[in-house]
Ligand binder design. Structure first.
Ligand SMILES: NC(=O)c1ccc[n+]([C@@H]2O[C@H](COP(=O)([O-])OP(=O)(O)OC[C@H]3O[C@@H](n4cnc5c(N)ncnc54)[C@H](OP(=O)(O)O)[C@@H]3O)[C@@H](O)[C@H]2O)c1
Length: 287
């Protein structure tokens, strides 16, 4: 089984480390070269000297490509896919948002793409150096690709499962992520959600997401806005979501995959989404 991980950052590096520990030998397709992969996981530290390449032109087709770049790095990932994808390659997209398939549909046949909702809290402190904060999970749609992805992770030590209603899983995650715009906009960690006026704004962002998600076919409960606020309020007050972390580090932010998408799809369905539109506009203006 030949594997490649495109974008071995917090998620790609962590998943690659688990694969390596269970005996796989993935090629890590990186932008920044590194020699050692060191990942602190809840089960202990995984250290490896994986194959790392930074040259897309030297890549050859593999059985599985796991794409774990940020959502806005589609063109960069596409350069790798040009070389890594052959007629029988599966491409799993480990990213946030709800557009996993759409992002690469022009390049990889939709039937060979496996969208993955990732709930693995991981941070990167440097090239090849990551911390996985807690055990997490990945969910894929039912179907040939989803089942093949589960089989790939059989005995790897990461909870990977099929969900027949994957669309709803992805939108529920988007509901949490869209509310996180308040942290990046205020520059404040999770504790800002303790303010009732901010919590009301978060609920309103999520309510727009619920309306658009339902129009897209997701089953989302009426109390999802309250659930999301409760989740933020229960998290450590100093915790920083990736949108805020990216803003603080002056990196590009995933505002389009987290808020812009709700505005874009809302427009298609005739649903007003002024708050998500404003969040996307302001975050993009900050970059
Ligand atoms: N981190 C989490 O806890 C978490 C949880 C759930 C979902 N997600 C989602 O998972 C996705 C990945 O996030 P992340 O946190 O892992 O991001 P990340 O740590 O920034 O990793 C992205 C990686 O892509 C690499 N990259 C960029 N351009 C590249 C190119 N041209 N060729 C090869 N590699 C390239 C980056 O390389 P450099 O080293 O050069 O920057 C970096 O290693 C995002 O959609 C995120 O929202 C993250």
């Amino acid at each position: 089984m030949k594997l490649a991980v495109v974008g071995p950052g917090a998620i790609g590096g962590t998943v690659a480390a688990h694969l390596i520990r269970s005996g796989h030998d993935p090629i890590l397709c990186a932008r920044t070269a590194f020699q050692r992969l060191v990942v602190e996981t809840p089960q202990g530290v995984i250290e490896a000297r994986p194959k790392v390449t930074t040259d897309p032109h030297a890549a050859r087709p593999v059985d599985w490509v796991l794409v774990a770049t940020k959502t806005y790095e589609v063109e960069a990932a596409a350069l790798w896919l040009d070389r890594l994808v052959g007629p029988s390659t599966w491409v799993a997209v480990l990213q946030n948002g709800v557009e996993h398939v759409g992002r690469f549909a022009g390049q990889v046949p939709a039937g060979r793409l496996v969208p993955v909702v990732v709930e693995i809290p991981a941070e990167r402190s440097g090239p090849g150096v990551m911390v996985q904060r807690r055990d997490g999970w990945m969910k894929v749609p039912d179907g040939q690709g989803g089942r093949a992805f589960c089989a790939l992770f059989d005995s790897v030590g990461v909870d990977v499962s099929v969900d027949p209603d994957w669309c709803s899983v992805a939108w529920r995650k988007l509901a949490v992520n869209c509310a996180g715009a308040v942290n990046a906009l205020t520059g404040k960690p999770a504790r800002i959600s303790a303010r009732d006026d901010v919590a009301d704004l978060m609920r309103a962002l999520v309510a727009e997401c619920v309306a658009v998600g339902r129009a897209e076919g997701a089953a989302l409960s009426d109390d999802l806005p309250d659930q999301v606020v409760a989740q933020y309020r229960a998290s450590p007050p100093d915790s920083i979501n990736s949108l805020l972390a990216d803003r603080l580090a002056s990196r590009p932010m995933e505002w389009d995959a987290r808020n812009g998408i709700i505005a874009r799809l809302g427009e298609r369905h005739g649903i007003a989404t002024p708050l998500n539109r404003m969040a996307a506009t302001l975050l993009s203006a900050m970059e």
